[in-house]
Design a protein around this ligand. Structure first.
Ligand code: GDP
Length: 300
């Protein structure tokens, strides 16, 4: 079984990452509370590798976004996991705005001690300031737009990229930077990288579809067996390996080329799209209780 790299092409250069880190640290200096946006389906894999360093000592809220696509039980487990570490955590759906009021309240709650300190020092309090940080496609712009109302945001998927920043009022005494802090994704961990690809966190033309789908098919077989069988009308015998599974789904979906051979990439894309649009159920890919880092048998 040949192990394939999920990302044979994409590299994030150390200089680039160092620059992004520096820029985001500068923004973080200007705020009182940091909002870290994660994908509820992959709360571990969608975290930036240096987020702890970037956030520093600032009060910090973790927001599990796209909760509408995640497994409710897993979201509860992740919420408890972060809560146990003393981190404020919320699950939201930025697309519909569900949970955003609670988010504003949570930021206000976390900033209360800061305002009290200002008051005690006799400083006439200004608004509390916050920023949204996260990797590309986690839903930062969607959330900012939802919180800021009509105010549009423009971002580019480059680490550290922000432009024309402005503070927008999102609560009584609360302002949000209208451009998010874009951090790079965790690509050096192959398991995390594959899951980032599965959820659409990174562009479809930069990863190895075969390697990613092998992993997704294994997870689907384990976690969504019944839904998988029902959706593609499969038999038990199709589930013995990812190869037989892929071949069977390809046949059911008419992905045949001449000679009765299955167009495997076509079949892979069908399954991937079905997963992303939750047609295979609400599936959280990162489990709280699995090894935090995938080492693939190597040390480190
Ligand atoms: P950004 O790169 O972090 O700013 O991400 P975007 O805000 O551009 O969102 C990336 C994609 O995720 C878009 O297609 C959004 O519509 C979608 N999205 C964002 N938030 C949610 C959510 O809570 N639920 C769902 N289902 N999709 C979301």
């Amino acid at each position: 079984d040949t192990k394939k790299e999920v990302f044979p092409v994409v590299h994030w250069f150390p200089g680039h990452m160092a620059k992004a880190t520096r820029m985001i640290k500068d923004y973080v200096k200007k705020v009182d509370v940091v909002i870290e946006l994660l994908d509820a389906r992959i709360p571990r894999s969608s975290a930036n590798p240096v987020i702890t360093e970037v956030v520093g000592q600032k009060p910090h809220i973790i927001v599990l976004n796209k909760v509408d696509l995640a497994d409710a039980k897993a979201t509860k487990a992740w919420t408890e996991f972060f809560t146990a570490q003393g981190i404020t955590v919320l699950a939201i759906d930025s697309k519909t705005g569900k949970g955003k009021k609670q988010l504003v309240k949570a930021v206000e709650r976390l900033s209360k001690p800061i305002i009290d300190k200002w008051t005690a020092k006799g400083i006439r309090s200004r608004s509390v300031r916050t920023i949204i940080l996260g990797i590309p496609n986690v839903g930062k712009s969607t959330l900012i737009n939802s919180l800021a109302g009509a105010a549009a945001t423009r971002t580019a998927d480059k680490p550290g990229h922000t432009r024309g920043q402005q503070w927008v009022k999102i609560g009584k005494n609360l302002e949000l930077l209208d451009t998010p802090g874009v951090l790079w994704p965790k690509l050096e961990d192959q398991r995390a990288a594959a899951r980032l690809a599965m959820t659409g966190a990174i562009s479809d033309d930069v990863y190895d579809l075969e390697a990613v789908m092998k992993q997704l098919l294994m997870q689907l077989t384990e976690q969504a067996r019944d839904v998988l069988m029902a959706r593609y009308k499969l038999k038990e015998e199709h589930l013995v390996s990812t190869d037989t599974l892929l071949d069977a789904i390809g046949r059911k979906r008419g992905c045949l080329v001449s000679g009765g051979v299955v167009d495997l990439d076509k079949a892979r894309r069908i399954i991937l799209n079905d997963y992303r649009s939750a047609k295979l159920g609400l599936l959280t890919l990162d489990a709280v209780d699995e090894e935090p880092y995938y080492t693939d048998g190597e040390d480190k």
